[in-house]
Design a protein around this ligand. Structure first.
Ligand SMILES: *[C@@H]1O[C@H](CO)[C@@H](O)[C@H](O)[C@H]1NC(C)=O
Ligand SMILES: *[C@@H]1O[C@H](CO)[C@@H](O)[C@H](O)[C@H]1NC(C)=O
Ligand SMILES: *[C@@H]1O[C@H](CO)[C@@H](O)[C@H](O)[C@H]1NC(C)=O
Ligand SMILES: *[C@@H]1O[C@H](CO)[C@@H](O)[C@H](O)[C@H]1NC(C)=O
Ligand SMILES: *[C@@H]1O[C@H](CO)[C@@H](O)[C@H](O)[C@H]1NC(C)=O
Length: 453
């Protein structure tokens, strides 16, 4: 403030007073305020970001995986010990079993040690974080004293006013195309890698979590396995948490769609999703999407255009083989449910339609692309953008293509790689709740974290 007043005054003097040319007008600026401690603010900022980096969901996941590892190993040990008891007739066979058990014990010891270290690490982190938060708060209160122009205070008051004025309705769904997380950068993982309850039993299937769950079911996970001829299924299996899915303990159990199978309400093909308490999938033997409402246990059908390829005529493929009954790929993202398929009139290229929810759900908008479906192994949607993958090797899959539904822009050079746990990915879907990518391949459930920025 002072600066603003003094300078014009000084200018006035120079103009009005007839001063000899050599004399200078000297203005003294006296700042009665303390200088703002920028360095302090920047340390506080640094410390805050350090604090954030230290405490991530990854830490809890680490603990959870260790616990699960232990949980899985203990019954195995018990089993092996009982085998030993039965076989121990003093010969070679018994000695071998003993060796196996010794190895297992070593592994378990290692796990327990790791768990011990992790737990201690967490305790330290929590205490540290608490201390740091206290320090940061004091520091911020100190710094607020410099807010002589009341900028922060006024802004806070404005925020309060705004909150009071605005109706407290939830913000509507983000329009697709505008991603709340930023740009899709990369993929890390696998984070989770499990065979679940039925190891090796059903090569084709799908799993994940409902992005818009009912109250009380926020942590639930679901699993659909093609239990008949690698083609169809008639139930969705529910788990009350990720851990129970991994160790294979289903509390809620199965939701059966129909008792007589197969019929047109039966699930066909692996690429199904659960959204807002309803399962979306390819209706058996039809070019239509079925919506099974888990609450009412009723099925609603959404017809796709005539010419839609179905019954294994419009599959995803790698160079050597196609994945049977992958004609219709259901997908979820921030804005809802999508279906990715192909039609004769689109020459086998990928087509995608948005599911419009409602009493009678329909397809409102449809986009066509220029990528041939048989050149693609799977697709998923994230923030209104379609991503397609292709087979690189037994270990690697590549996200090579994207189509932005808000701009219509196609890209063929995405170049993001997925580390596979088995050669073929039969199901791939994005979970907008936690930005995870869920895959199902040869009865293995795998998840990856998508990095946005
Ligand atoms: C920031 O962290 C450093 C080192 O942990 C500590 O010495 C310093 O006091 C902290 N500063 C503030 C403002 O919290
Ligand atoms: C865990 O670590 C602490 C300190 O290193 C040690 O005293 C304790 O015995 C360990 N506990 C187990 C179960 O290994
Ligand atoms: C993506 O992540 C992988 C594995 O973590 C890494 O090797 C690669 O360099 C990353 N790519 C980019 C573009 O950051
Ligand atoms: C399922 O049915 C219930 C009860 O009629 C309804 O409230 C809910 O909106 C339905 N869910 C979907 C996804 O249509
Ligand atoms: C269909 O999509 C258009 C946008 O293209 C939107 O304006 C319209 O409301 C949608 N119709 C329904 C029934 O939701």
């Amino acid at each position: 403030m002072k600066l603003c007043v003094i300078i014009p005054l000084c200018a006035l003097f120079t103009l009005t007073q007839q001063v000899p040319p050599r004399d200078r007008c000297v203005c003294e600026l006296i700042n009665s305020e303390k200088a703002f401690p920028h360095d302090k603010l920047s340390t506080v900022e640094d410390n805050t970001s350090k604090c954030n980096n230290n405490i991530t969901p990854k830490k809890t996941l680490e603990l959870e995986s260790l616990m699960l590892g232990l949980e899985r190993r203990l019954p195995k040990l018990q089993e092996d010990v009982s085998v030993l008891e039965r076989e121990n007739d003093g010969d070679l066979y018994g000695a071998l079993s003993l060796l196996v058990i010794e190895n297992e014990l070593t592994e378990i010891k290692k796990l327990i040690h790791k768990l011990n270290m992790t737990t201690q690490g967490h305790q330290r982190l929590t205490t540290d974080a608490n201390e740091q938060l206290k320090d940061l708060k004091t520091e911020m209160i100190e710094l607020e004293k410099y807010d002589t122009l009341q900028v922060v205070k006024r802004r806070q008051a404005n925020e309060c006013l705004k909150e009071g004025l605005q109706p407290t309705s939830q913000p509507t769904q983000p329009p697709h195309g505008i991603c709340p997380h930023g740009r899709f950068l990369n993929i890390t993982g696998p984070r989770i890698h499990t065979e679940g309850e039925y190891p090796g039993s059903y090569p084709y299937g799908a799993w994940g979590r409902d992005p818009k769950p009912e109250v009380g079911k926020e942590n639930w996970y679901w699993l659909v396995m093609l239990t008949s001829s690698n083609r169809y299924a008639n139930y969705v299996r529910l788990y009350s948490s990720l851990s129970s899915l991994i160790v294979g303990v289903s509390g809620p159990g199965n939701m059966e769609i129909d008792s007589s199978n197969p019929n047109t309400n039966t699930i066909q093909g692996p690429n199904v999703v659960l959204y807002r308490g309803a399962l979306y999938y390819n209706c058996y033997n039809e070019y239509a999407v079925c919506q099974f409402n888990l609450t009412t246990e009723t099925v609603t059908t959404m017809q796709l255009p005539e010419g839609t390829r179905y019954n294994s005529k419009g599959n995803f493929c790698n160079l050597d083989e196609c994945y049977s009954y992958t004609d219709l790929d259901l997908a979820t993202d921030e804005s809802g449910v999508w279906v990715i398929y192909t039609t004769s009139q689109d020459f086998g290229n990928l087509v995608l339609s948005k599911v419009e929810e409602g009493e009678q759900p329909t397809f409102n908008q449809t986009w066509t692309t220029s990528v041939f479906k048989q050149a693609v192994t799977n697709t998923f949607m994230a923030c209104g953008v379609l991503y397609a993958t292709r087979y690189v090797s037994e270990e690697v899959e590549e996200i090579f293509y994207s189509f932005d539904t808000s701009t219509g822009v196609e890209k063929f050079n995405i170049g993001i790689f997925i580390k596979k746990m088995s050669p073929n990915i039969y199901f791939l879907n994005y979970s907008p709740v936690d930005q995870m990518l869920h895959a199902y391949c040869n009865s293995v459930m795998v998840s990856y974290k998508i990095l946005f920025g």
